[in-house]
Design a protein around this ligand. Structure first.
Ligand code: PPS
Length: 327
């Protein structure tokens, strides 16, 4: 990447975050999200990965890139991830999206209320990845410490409180997920969890390729799977963010490909934190209606096929309590 691009990526470094409508954003966010909402034209053939930060966004992006190249790894090994799948909410990314010709592929962490209006009337395909918010909290704590375009947490205890208050980049996890879950049942939306991806990578990749309408041969599927393991992505400088300029990220403090496991929160939360988290989780998630309340017409064929796919978001090992949200 040339120097000018790097400098543009690092724009906004003087401040540590930006507030818009009560939500904290990194300073790389577009100054004018209102214009994005009103003017960006989503196309039916667009594919977009949407997520709350630290949910496994880069994993899904890598999978989709490889599905699109039918398992040929040369694309993901030669072009950096933020150019292959640009960010909708940065001026740098938006320029790249506008230059993409057919079958555009981009990504976003934006909460639903900031999204371009045309997106909701288009047939653009959206994959939304969710993850146990406890693991997101831990992942975010380690990541945001090193990122130079957001406020940095001083301590885990402090960050824990910020997270529960929604005082973290891109706002409250509960609001983000609650907002996007309203799209459940739409044929052009696929909800997938980090945990199910972890548990059965092959089935998850098949599910995503079926959703995108791409039939992979067994050899192509094997190649996708081989190139999206934690280790393969960690070793790929085009995917692991190690090429982000030092002005954006302190590479000595953290990296994107940190542990890649399910349940690391148990190594970080105290019993009191775990209980406090469960309480807030139950209060906030109680407001989200179950998918079935939308009536039978709301269930698409895809959703019926995957009726047994649930978000196992609350997995308290101590109480053995599993709270599920039907997606
Ligand atoms: N291939 C693969 N396998 C398993 N886990 C993976 C993989 N790719 C990314 N990850 C993990 O995803 C976490 C980063 O999430 P995001 O990609 O959403 O981060 S970001 O918000 O876009 O910066 C981060 O989680 P933690 O390790 O818990 O920090 C990554 O390790």
């Amino acid at each position: 990447m040339d120097q000018t691009k790097l400098e543009r990526l690092a724009l906004g470094m003087a401040r540590d975050h930006v507030w818009m409508e009560g939500i904290s954003f990194p300073t790389t966010i577009l100054g004018d999200l209102k214009s994005l909402q009103d003017e960006f034209v989503a196309r039916d053939e667009d594919v977009i990965v949407i997520s709350y930060p630290k949910s496994g966004t880069n994993w899904i992006k890598e999978i989709i890139n490889l599905i699109r190249t039918r398992g040929d790894p040369s694309w993901v090994q030669s072009v950096v991830s933020w150019e292959r799948t640009p960010w909708l909410e940065s001026s740098f990314g938006l320029e790249l999206i506008k230059k993409q010709k057919d079958a555009r592929f981009y990504t976003s962490h934006l909460p639903v209320q900031f999204f371009p209006k045309t997106f909701f009337t288009s047939k653009a395909k959206c994959v939304y990845i969710v993850r146990n918010p406890r693991d997101i909290l831990v992942s975010g704590y380690h990541f945001w410490k090193a990122v130079k375009v957001t406020k940095n947490p001083d301590s885990f205890e402090g960050y824990f409180e910020w997270f529960l208050q929604g005082n973290v980049p891109f706002g409250s996890w509960f609001d983000h997920v609650g907002g996007w879950l309203q799209m459940r049942g739409k044929e052009n939306f696929l909800f997938i969890s980090y945990e199910e991806l972890h548990q059965d990578r092959r089935a998850s990749v098949e599910k995503i390729s079926q959703f995108l309408g791409t039939k992979l041969s067994p050899e192509q599927l094997d190649s996708v799977l081989k190139n999206v393991t934690f280790q393969a992505m960690k070793d790929n400088n085009m995917s692991n963010l190690s090429l982000l300029p030092d002005t954006l990220m302190d590479h000595s403090k953290a990296c994107l490909m940190r542990k890649g496991i399910v349940g690391d929160w148990e190594n970080h939360f105290t019993v009191a934190q775990s209980e406090a988290f469960d309480k807030v989780y139950q209060e906030k998630m109680a407001g989200i209606p179950p998918a079935s309340s939308r009536g039978s017409n709301g269930l698409t064929r895809l959703h019926r096929v995957h009726r047994l796919d649930f978000l196992r978001l609350l997995c308290s090992q101590r109480s053995k309590l599993y709270m599920m949200i039907d997606i």
